[in-house]
Design a protein around this ligand. Structure first.
Ligand SMILES: C[S@@+](CC[C@H](N)C(=O)[O-])C[C@H]1O[C@@H](n2cnc3c(N)ncnc32)[C@H](O)[C@@H]1O
Length: 198
C-alpha cells in the first residue's frame, strides 16, 4: 500500500492533480481512525488517493462510495484502487455530485467533501437526509488560500464566488444546531463537523 500511495503522490505532483495535503490528511485520518466508519461517502475522488487513505481507517466490513466528475480521473482511480487491498470496498460513481448525491439511498457515517468549492452547501443539503446520527463530515479547503477568514484582504475577482460560498457554508454549519463544527488551519483549512439528528 505504501508503494502504491507514493506512486499516486508522484503522479499527482507530475500531472497537477490536487490531492489532499499531508497536514490536512493527518486531521482527516485521525477523525476517520477514531470513528472506524462503516460507510464513507466521498465527494471528489480525483485519482482515488484520499479514498485509499481513508480505506485504511474503515471498520470491519466497511466500504467507501466516492463520486468523480472527470471520467479520466475516475478511470485512473479505479485502476489504482484495483491494485490495492481495497478493490472490493470502494465504488467510484461517475458524474456531477450535485446530480449523483440526490440519487443515493444508503446511510453514511463519514463524509468527505472535496469537490467544487462553491458547491459545498449544496452537497451537504443533498446528503443530510442520508447521514447517520453522529456522522462525521470533513470538508477540505474551507479557508481557501487564507481568503475565507480574512475580511480585510481584497479577494481577487476570480475567487470571489468561491470565497463567498465557503463563508456561507461555514456560517450555515455554525448556525444549524444539528452541526458542531471545528475548523483546522492545516493545509488549505479543513472543517470537521459532527452531525446530530434533531
Ligand atoms: C481536490 S480534488 C479531490 C482530491 C481527492 N479527494 C484526494 O484528496 O485524493 C477534487 C476533485 O473533484 C472533482 N470534481 C469537481 N467538481 C465536481 C463535481 N461537480 N462533481 C464531482 N466531482 C467533481 C474534480 O474533477 C477533482 O478530481
Amino acid at each position: 500500500m505504501k508503494k502504491l500511495l507514493c506512486e499516486m503522490e508522484a503522479y499527482a505532483q507530475e500531472y497537477n492533480v490536487p490531492i489532499i495535503k499531508a497536514e490536512a490528511a493527518d486531521i482527516l485520518l485521525r477523525e476517520a481512525m477514531e470513528k472506524k466508519p462503516l460507510h464513507i461517502l466521498e465527494v471528489g475522488t480525483a485519482i482515488g488517493y484520499s479514498a485509499l487513505r481513508m480505506a485504511e481507517c474503515l471498520g470491519e466490513g466497511g466500504r467507501i462510495t466516492t463520486i468523480e466528475l472527470s471520467d479520466e480521473r475516475a478511470d485512473l482511480a479505479e485502476a489504482y484502487i484495483a491494485r490495492s487491498p481495497y478493490a472490493d470496498a470502494i465504488t467510484v460513481l461517475r458524474g456531477d455530485a450535485a446530480e449523483v448525491l440526490p440519487t443515493l439511498t444508503d446511510t453514511y457515517d463519514f463524509v468527505f467533501i472535496d469537490a467544487a468549492k462553491g458547491q459545498y452547501e449544496r452537497y451537504l443539503d443533498a446528503i443530510e437526509a442520508r447521514l447517520a446520527d453522529g456522522a462525521a463530515i470533513a470538508a477540505d479547503n474551507v479557508l481557501f488560500r487564507g481568503y475565507v477568514m480574512d475580511e480585510q484582504c481584497e479577494v481577487p475577482r476570480r475567487f470571489r464566488t468561491i470565497v463567498n460560498r465557503l463563508r456561507q457554508f461555514l456560517a450555515m454549519l455554525d448556525e444549524k444546531p444539528q452541526y458542531e463544527v471545528m475548523v483546522y488551519p492545516e493545509g488549505d483549512g479543513i472543517a470537521i463537523c459532527k452531525y446530530k439528528k434533531i
